[in-house]
Ligand binder design. Structure first.
Ligand code: NAD
Ligand code: UDP
Ligand code: UDP
Length: 311
């Protein structure tokens, strides 16, 4: 019998997950959003709650899950340093036990499964820009390790389920992404700077602001997810998804102040430990294999995001 494609999105009430659920529904899928609401909220998916092709289930992915779907996007995991460092043991469990459960589920029901991995697997990189074959420079015992090593172990599990059980896997290494539905107070740099600029409060730069990041607008990223899931079976990744435009944190602060028309001053604070100095994706693979590249420049994406935070 023909049925709508049934798609499970873990972490579907979070920032990226809520955009993904909306996009999948628009494309005609039946979406099951699974979330424990640790950092996600129903507010992010309010418009979907009474949609006939959307269902939300409160569940923690560190526990087994028995459902029937065709595709799984595994996004469940807090992503900002203050959230993932709040309960570091739970963060590692979410990445590792969560991956085992979702892979076990995918194996039982023969579903395709995509993992939201991260540029953090490269740690403080000595290769620049980062290519997928770079193994990374990660501290195994630092304050970021629960996130970085949890995500690295999840990648290991994905590739072992692929080799050992023939699972159809897709691993995306996501670089810093921003946009509407970001949490206003999760401490990430884009949301922090916008909230501070709109309140005309001091902009808090950690370190001297010379460290760099590459910022991808959320719509571009979601487009990359969809293309990766739809790619040929032999495309497993890991594949970088991000915007190669690289900016210093100081440049970001200046752009936000100017776009928000703010009178905020910049203040300098200590750099947290293990904070990577530079980060830029090499997206040659995504360009070639997925025919994907970001199209929203930082300035335009920031305008949309500032407008969201004003409301
Ligand atoms: P987010 O915190 O907004 O979303 C994560 C969601 O997962 C939240 O809704 C949260 O409640 C849920 N969750 C957390 N632990 C869970 C558990 N044990 N069981 C069920 N649900 C759980 O973060 P985000 O920015 O939307 O990130 C989504 C995914 O993308 C994460 O896996 C993150 O590591 C990855 N990622 C994001 C970025 C980025 O810049 N936003 C960069 C790299 C990787
Ligand atoms: N699992 C799940 N849903 C399923 C099938 C499995 O949550 O539909 C969980 C199961 O609890 C197990 C994990 O996935 O802990 C790994 O399953 P797998 O079959 O790979 O291993 P095993 O059950 O042999 O430990
Ligand atoms: N950062 C900053 N001020 C803030 C928040 C973050 O200068 O108010 C810096 C942070 O030290 C890091 C960069 O901005 O160098 C990006 O931080 P974020 O937490 O957004 O992402 P990640 O470090 O995980 O890439």
């Amino acid at each position: 019998m023909h049925h709508r494609k049934r798609v499970l999105v873990t972490g579907g009430a979070g920032f990226l997950g809520s955009h993904l659920c909306r996009r999948l529904i628009a494309e005609g899928a039946d979406v099951l959003c699974v979330d424990n609401f640790f950092t996600g909220t129903k507010d992010n998916i309010l418009d979907l709650l009474d949609h006939p092709h959307f269902e939300v289930m409160r569940h923690d992915v560190t526990f087994p899950l028995y459902v029937e779907v065709d595709e799984i996007y595994n996004l469940a995991c807090p992503a900002s340093p203050i959230h993932y460092q709040h309960d570091p043991v739970q963060t590692t469990k979410t990445s590792v036990h969560g991956a085992i459960n979702m892979l076990g589920l995918a194996k039982r029901i023969d579903a395709k499964i995509l993992q939201a991995s991260t540029s953090e697997v490269y740690g403080d990189p000595s290769v620049h820009p980062q290519t997928e074959d770079y193994w990374g420079n990660v501290n195994p015992i630092g304050i970021r390790s629960c996130y970085d090593e949890g995500k690295r172990c999840a990648e290991t599990l994905f590739f072992d389920y692929h080799r050992q059980h023939g699972l159809n896997i897709k691993v995306a290494r996501i670089f810093n992404t921003y946009g509407p539905n970001m949490h206003p107070n999760d401490g990430r740099v884009v949301s922090n700077f916008i909230v501070q600029a709109l309140a005309d409060e001091p902009i808090t730069i950690y370190g001297d602001g010379s460290q760099t990041r590459s910022f991808c607008y959320v719509d571009d990223l979601i487009d990359g997810f969809i293309r990766l899931m739809a790619s040929d079976d032999d495309v497993t990744g890991p594949i970088n998804l991000g915007n190669p435009g690289e900016f210093t944190i100081k440049e970001l602060a200046e752009q936000v102040i100017s776009l928000a028309g703010s009178s905020s001053q910049i203040t300098y604070h200590p750099l947290p430990s293990d904070d990577p100095m530079q980060r830029q994706p090499d997206i040659t693979q995504a360009r070639g294999v997925l025919r994907w590249e970001p199209s929203v420049p930082l300035q335009e994406g920031l305008k949309h995001t500032i407008a969201y935070f004003r409301r």
